[in-house]
Design a protein. Structure first.
Length: 360
């Protein structure tokens, strides 16, 4: 599902790159075919954005964003970005994503039913949103149809589109971050998983099961939240707080436990939110599987998912496997022997842009 799709005349499958746009950074990446089924990372890069240009996913200054793109896309890792076509992300916190249940309907009746459901479930008039939907497969006979609906304020989508166009880029599609992340790190054998995308300013939760996204949620806690909490607790500048976070992580012994104490509220919030999503999945899956199912594992992605000790802390608290996602698994294939051009820990922050670049 996407909110923009442009047919480019006289160009079949134009070369494009993925662009993950967040409040403080832009990460971009190009996946190119290496011949046959082989793929490779052609280039990648990260651009910093001054605070205030994008706030909580909303573009406040289109012209400044366009200028930043024009200035910084000239070179990435020593390679010039020639592609003008782009698949870009939309901010998860501005989206409305939900599974709804409808009676068995003909395809011609489904669109009308979805519109009717949307009118009663989103806080905006339908003429102020873009929306899309897809039927979700069910694993047992049922008297209803599960439909995944996604809606987005037009003003948000249009602002991203115009900023990209003003920078000389042609948006082939705009997608939710959750769609791109799932495409990057979900493999065909995955049955049920919750993905935690821990970013600088927020953390998103993606519930995936039965071959599709079921629910997404975003909360305004991230790496910067931890930096501020550490700075306040230990009475140090923010830069030093960030350095302590990266160096010592969840070390309960450091500074007599005060570093860990500073991060505890954030960690408790993470655990509580994941537990809510696990409960939701069990409730949702009952009618699809015949009996309550469970989340197999938790995957971590995002630039601040590398917090030392986070995997172990969550695994103990949630009583299930917690793993760092592999954002290259659908680039190179399962069991790949290739050494990626992006270092493993750094690659987690490129998960969204990798997924966007893999869009068919």
């Amino acid at each position: 599902m996407s909110f923009i799709s442009r047919r480019i005349k006289n160009i079949v499958n134009p070369p494009f790159f993925g662009m993950d746009i967040s409040d403080l950074t832009i990460k971009f990446l190009r996946v190119s075919d290496g011949g046959g089924t082989k793929k490779t990372i052609k280039y990648f890069g990260e651009i910093n954005i001054e605070p205030g240009i994008i706030v909580e996913g909303e573009v406040k200054n289109e012209s400044s964003l366009s200028e930043i793109l024009k200035k910084n896309l000239k070179d990435s890792e020593g390679k010039r970005v020639h592609e003008k076509f782009v698949v870009a992300s939309l901010p998860e916190e501005k989206s409305f994503v939900r599974i709804i249940q409808l009676p068995k309907l003909k395809p011609s009746e489904l669109a009308t039913a979805v519109r009717w459901e949307l009118e009663g479930n989103i806080p905006l008039p339908l003429d102020q949103v873009y929306f899309d939907y897809e039927v979700v497969g069910q694993e047992k006979p049922s008297d209803h149809t599960d439909v995944l609906i996604t809606a987005f304020p037009r003003i948000i989508v249009d602002s991203y589109t115009e900023a990209l166009k003003s920078a000389g880029l042609y948006p082939l599609a705009l997608e939710l971050e959750s769609q791109a992340i799932s495409r990057a790190c979900i493999t065909p054998d995955t049955k049920s998983v919750i993905i935690l995308d821990v970013g600088m300013t927020r953390t998103s939760f993606i519930v995936f099961g039965g071959g599709s996204i079921i629910l997404t949620l975003s909360i305004p806690f991230g790496g910067q939240t931890l930096n501020s909490a550490i700075a306040n607790k230990l009475k140090v500048p923010n830069k030093e707080a960030e350095a302590l976070k990266k160096t010592h992580g969840l070390d309960k012994q450091y500074k007599n436990g005060t570093l860990f104490e500073a991060m505890s509220p954030f960690l408790k919030t993470l655990v509580e939110e994941v537990q809510k999503q696990i409960w939701f999945y069990k409730e949702h899956s009952e009618h699809r599987h015949g009996s309550p199912s469970d989340i197999e594992k938790i995957l971590l992605v995002g630039g601040d998912a590398n917090l030392i000790g986070l995997e172990k802390y969550l695994a103990v608290a949630l009583k299930r496997p917690v793993l760092m996602a592999d954002p290259f698994v659908n680039v190179y294939g399962a069991g790949y022997k290739v050494i990626p051009s992006i270092e493993k820990n750094a690659s987690l922050k490129y998960t969204t842009s990798i997924g966007l670049a893999l869009r068919q």
